[in-house]
Design a protein around this ligand. Structure first.
Ligand SMILES: N[C@@H](CCC(=O)N[C@@H](CS)C(=O)NCC(=O)O)C(=O)O
Length: 243
């Protein structure tokens, strides 16, 4: 059977693995896969993101809210020739354009979980994944990634690994509390809001899939925490299209 005509092009981050690993892009990929929207992927190397997206006339991010003027995910919606950058803006565009099946983008519980996950698990992810992400980049992207991240850090990426075990030990109880919040509606289903996935589920599953591609040990650490595991497993059926 012929492949369906793509509705959009998804701009993603390239790696030597040939599959999506960016957490922000995975959020959008999960949304597209859940809604069965056909799309193609254009993988960009880190140093090509800004030149490619600016050549498409996409306006840059506001410098006061983003470290980088251009980021992936970005999309080109072919039927309307619309370009959108930033995962939240893209999710809003997709939800408006393809409202069925509905995906709740924001909720009080979802916001609480995302904030807790960012604050609690985010720092441990950073320490574990940033020094390892470089290993799955091409030489050109490695040079860009090391230069930009070390300029911000003020020391070699690899130095982060010395803090890894302490970072994970420090978050045990709080990570379990975040996981427990994800189980609030466990009587009605495995997702944050119960029966059906919402965008917070894709936020969680996207972050875990990022860990799985970059370092399976980090993914396993998270999968031991109740809540994270259930959400990830329930979202796995929409992880089939990875490129
Ligand atoms: N707020 C953005 C963040 C996306 C983001 O940070 N993307 C990274 C890749 S995971 C990126 O494109 N970085 C560009 C760079 O480092 O130059 C979103 O949610 O889409």
């Amino acid at each position: 059977m012929a492949a369906p005509t793509p509705e959009l092009i998804l701009y993603d981050l390239a790696s030597t693995q040939g599959v999506c690993f960016s957490p922000a892009v995975w959020r959008i990929r999960l949304l597209l896969n859940y809604k069965s929207i056909p799309y193609t992927t254009t993988f960009l190397e880190f140093p090509d993101i800004a030149p490619t997206l600016s050549a498409l006339n996409i306006p840059p991010h506001d410098a006061t809210t983003s470290k980088h003027p251009y980021t992936v995910p970005a999309i080109h919606h072919l039927p309307t020739n619309t370009f959108v950058m930033d995962s939240l803006a893209i999710a809003a565009f997709i939800e408006k354009t393809y409202p069925v099946p509905e995906v709740v983008l924001t909720s009080d519980l979802g916001a609480q979980i995302e904030e807790k996950a960012r604050k609690v698990v985010g720092p441990a992810f950073y320490v574990s994944l940033v020094p390892r992400e470089i290993r799955i980049l091409s030489p050109r992207s490695q040079e860009y990634f090391r230069r930009t991240r070390e300029a911000a850090l003020g020391h070699p990426l690899e130095d982060l690994l010395a803090r890894e075990d302490a970072a994970w030990e420090a978050i045990g109880d709080e990570a379990r509390a975040a996981g427990a919040l994800m189980r609030t509606h466990k009587e009605s289903g495995p997702f944050v809001l119960g029966e059906k996935p919402c965008f917070t589920d894709f936020f969680i599953a996207g972050a875990l899939q990022n860990a799985r591609v970059v370092d399976v040990g980090v993914w396993e650490r998270c999968m031991r925490v109740e809540g994270f595991r259930e959400v990830y497993e329930a979202c796995e059926e929409w992880m089939g299209k990875k490129d």
